[in-house]
Design a protein around this ligand. Structure first.
Ligand SMILES: Cc1cc2nc3c(=O)[nH]c(=O)nc-3n(C[C@H](O)[C@H](O)[C@H](O)COP(=O)(O)OP(=O)(O)OC[C@H]3O[C@@H](n4cnc5c(N)ncnc54)[C@H](O)[C@@H]3O)c2cc1C
Length: 501
């Protein structure tokens, strides 16, 4: 093996440069490790990779930045300010939610304006909004502030939180809890759709995710100038500033385990790198199934991984237009005609439905730097079944894209087909082949209660010493706040570098 341990500092290898991996690298660098990030792609960000086509910049994945203090913390660890490298802009409004008959709900941070909007949708329900937000705050105080960066290393940790879970009705689904507050079906949709942003079915994920409403309200909904990719590049720069290294095109084939300890990795090229600790930011199910031979895994056996439920897949069409659509905001949710049964098609039946609900991203609404002058950058995202649904995406993708294009053209982007000058499609196959998501899922394991906290793969490997995991597939879960918090947990479970001196 190439010995990198001959350097004076203990070595931490981080597999993957998603936000979880980048945050972990910075935290480990700050704790005295010589850090090397190994990324198979040619740029940082993972699901937040940026595609650049003919002057258009497309964020591949996350666009809604909440809890910016979690990013700020990483800059502070390096003695800097986030604003030295990246500008965040608060969204006003946060987003618009358009129903299939054209009715639009404007979702914003201002409490009074929200109450009015709720009243406009369903007279008499303004007070229900206040009551819901009070509940969301209570859940946030426990679910995010108290438990969000707590390690869950055993079932006893679950027993410890059971009273809180019961009190906050964590056994209910998000939709179930929201329905206790709102009578109007559309309001129920508006206040329950959030878990879809992190791969959860609102009818199945724990109501703990109702905390998102309060999180957004308290810290705002932001986007980064230059796109979310600017945040990934900013974090990469911090790592390099700490003396760490990010190697792109470094595809890890396996984690080397000796006498029950992770001691390094082997790349697909055959090169071996030694380390004192290994942190995997690759999806947790892929990490265990592919990077670690079965005889080293008692807990996450192939059979158990097979039994897990995986989040939904995503179909994303990135397109640039040679005109601007100025009446479209930065974030628009386009609710289809069906809610519950569409979600059942996607998550349970795993069939590709004729109808869809979409998220439309138009960053040029607030940041013209991501498109040529006078043009618009868009992406439209449709939740679809993951690859367990058996769809033949190589055959179906273009037809599906065209259906979405026609819908957008007929409903909100007139003459769209005549104005498209850049186009790229991502299907669950890309999630499998580019990002190593074993079933092409968008967000790792589905965040249902039985796959959360101690029931999710642990941040500190259950079976292998000196192996740690961060990112969407471990506690607390997907989404930028989730994966950044997983790196906070790492601080609690991984030893300081001095332990190896
Ligand atoms: C389309 C989309 C939209 C989203 N929108 C939002 C949003 O608006 N707001 C929000 O908060 N969240 C959003 N999310 C969720 C959020 O983006 C993810 O949960 C989060 O970015 C995942 O980060 P991660 O740390 O798990 O790493 P990932 O982004 O999954 O990155 C893992 C990295 O590991 C690398 N890797 C894998 N295997 C290997 C290997 N063998 N060797 C080397 N490298 C390897 C991959 O190439 C990848 O770079 C969205 C996700 C998607 C897909």
């Amino acid at each position: 093996m190439t010995s990198v341990s001959s350097q004076r500092k203990p070595v931490a290898l981080v597999i993957g440069s998603g936000f979880g991996g980048l945050a972990a690298a910075i935290r480990l660098g700050a704790r005295g490790y010589a850090v090397k990030v190994l990324e198979r792609l040619d740029a940082p960000g993972g699901r937040a990779y940026q595609h650049k086509i003919d002057g258009f910049t497309f964020d591949a994945g996350p666009t809604i930045v909440t809890a910016p203090f979690l990013f700020e913390e990483l800059w502070a660890l390096c003695g800097k300010k986030m604003s030295d490298d990246v500008q965040l802009r608060e969204m006003k409004p946060y987003y618009k939610i358009r129903f299939s008959d054209g009715q639009v709900f404007t979702y914003q941070g201002d409490r009074a304006a929200m109450r009015e909007e709720v009243e406009r949708f369903s007279p008499g329900e303004g007070k229900n909004f206040d009551a819901f937000m009070a509940m969301s705050e209570q859940i946030y105080r426990i679910g995010f502030e108290k438990l969000g960066d707590e390690p869950f290393n055993s079932i006893l940790d679950m027993v410890r939180i059971a009273p809180d879970l019961l009190r906050l009705q964590g056994y209910r689904s998000v939709y179930g809890l929201v329905s206790q507050f709102f009578r109007n079906e559309r309001l129920r949709n508006i206040f329950s759709y959030h878990p879809l942003l992190i791969g959860g079915d609102p009818f199945r994920v724990s109501s703990i995710y109702c905390l998102i409403a309060f999180l957004e309200k308290s810290f705002g909904v932001h986007s980064a100038i230059g796109g979310t990719g600017a945040l990934a590049r900013g974090l990469a720069k911090l790592i390099e500033g700490q003396g760490g290294e990010i190697r792109y095109g470094a595809d890890v084939k396996r984690i080397v385990v000796e006498s029950g300890r992770a001691v390094g990795v082997e790349l697909v090229t055959g090169e071996r790198l030694r380390a004192d600790i290994v942190v995997s930011n690759a999806d947790s199910a892929y990490t265990y199934r592919t990077l670690i031979p079965p005889h080293h895994r008692k807990t996450w056996t192939d059979a158990r991984l097979q039994r897990q439920k995986y989040s939904m897949g995503l179909f994303v069409w990135y397109f640039g237009t040679n005109r601007r659509y100025d009446d479209i905001g930065h974030h628009t949710i386009l609710m289809g005609p069906r809610y519950k049964s569409l979600l059942a098609d996607i998550f349970r039946r795993k069939v590709l439905a004729e109808d869809f609900s979409l998220y439309l991203h138009r960053p040029t609404a607030t940041d013209p730097s991501v498109a040529p002058k006078g043009c618009d950058t868009f992406y439209v995202l449709s939740p679809v079944p993951n690859l367990q649904g058996g769809q033949e995406w190589t055959l179906e993708a273009e037809g599906y894209r065209k259906r979405i294009e026609s819908w957008l053209e007929e409903n909100i982007l007139p003459n769209l087909s005549k104005h498209i000058v850049a186009s790229r499609v991502t299907t669950p196959l890309d999630f499998r082949d580019r990002l190593n998501a074993i079933h092409g899922e968008g967000f790792g394991l589905e965040p249902i209660l039985t796959q959360s906290a101690a029931f999710r793969p642990h941040n500190m490997s259950e079976d292998i010493a000196n192996l740690f995991l961060v990112g969407a597939g471990v506690h607390p879960g997907a989404g930028l706040p989730g994966v950044l918090s997983s790196a906070r947990v790492l601080d609690k479970v991984a030893p300081d570098a001095s332990a190896f001196l």
